[in-house]
Design a protein around this ligand. Structure first.
Ligand code: HSE
Length: 308
């Protein structure tokens, strides 16, 4: 195979209770990338459409992730990468990790599937670190594995795949304000109260149980964040109103997507997810904040091939 075109999906990290460990994969929102084998070794970013991102390989998330996998494979070839961004950088739905996951997935196909998804996640994290300064896997993993994932540990990397209840839908609203992941991480406390930790890890456990047993009530009861959201929500105008409006419209839960500013809701069924979208829209429509909103099912496949 000399060329492959892929779709690399947006992802929601943290999922309220699981800061830096839980994530899930969206279906309708994602980037497209074309990766082409070249005789010359190395990685060249030849095209970036839809975002103002660096072309220098070492500064580009996809470029760094691509170099990591090519080096690990001791490949005797290089690649050219075209990136068609549909996920706005800095929107909180894993824009940088989509570029990283897409690059490593595509190169692995060209290599003849040399690496498994755990290994691909490691290469993707190298790219992700260029954007956020930290090698976190809670966007890269759901992007590659699809569905819900748990980052059991980063060193050594251990990703646990979780089941996706079939009626689960996500509503995501992106208020067009800028929040840098590094700043959103910087405002978090270094130490937390034991009482908050107890509530939080109980929620992670019960959320995962809810995924396994299709218990939507338990999922709803678990989507609370006592540790990160109280700090980060101050960076997102009208967050509380959006959350209340979503829950009143029937959402199971509502929280900050990754480091924000996007806000996600999970609902049982697309009808409720659409009602939640209308309720969210109503909140921001009364302000002068521009926003983008979409409803999507959970993507259980992760990055997919468009053609090769
Ligand atoms: N878990 C990371 C954070 C995701 O919340 O900082 C960043 O997209």
């Amino acid at each position: 195979m000399n060329e492959i075109k892929i779709f690399s999906p947006a992802t929601v990290a943290n999922v309220s209770c699981g800061y830096d460990v839980l994530g899930f994969c969206l279906d309708t929102k994602g980037d497209e990338m074309v990766v082409r084998k070249t005789k010359e070794k190395g990685v060249t970013i030849t095209k970036i459409v839809g975002a103002d991102l660096p072309f220098e390989t070492e500064k580009n998330v996809a470029g760094v992730a691509a170099l990591a996998i090519l080096e690990a494979a001791k490949a005797d070839f290089g690649v050219e990468i075209e990136i068609y961004k549909n996920i706005k950088p800095g929107s909180g739905v894993g824009s940088s990790s989509a570029s990283a996951s897409g690059a490593v997935f595509a190169i692995n196909e060209i290599l003849g599937k040399t690496f498994d998804k755990q290994q691909l996640t490691l290469f993707g994290m190298k790219g992700e670190a260029v954007a956020s300064g930290v090698e976190h896997a809670d966007n890269v993993a759901p992007g590659l594995f699809g569905g819900f994932t748990l980052v059991k540990s980063v060193d050594p990397l251990k990703i646990v795949e979780l089941p996706t209840p079939s009626e689960l839908y996500a509503t995501v609203i992106h208020p067009q304000i800028e929040i840098k992941t590094s700043e959103a991480r910087g405002i978090l406390p270094v130490k937390i109260e034991l009482s908050s930790a107890i509530k939080q890890w109980a929620n992670v456990g019960s959320f995962i149980s809810g995924l396994y047993t299709n218990d939507y009530d338990l999922i709803a009861d678990s989507l609370h964040d006592y540790i990160v959201e109280p700090h980060r929500s101050q960076l997102i105008p009208h967050f509380k109103e959006i959350r209340i409006a979503s829950l009143n419209a029937g959402a199971l839960g509502c929280g900050i997507s990754g480091s924000g500013p996007s806000i996600f809701s999970l609902s049982k069924g697309s009808d409720i997810a659409n009602k939640v979208a209308n309720a969210m829209k109503e909140v921001y429509s009364k302000t002068d904040i521009k926003f983008d909103i979409y409803v999507t099912k959970i993507n259980t496949d992760g990055v997919r091939i468009i053609n090769k």
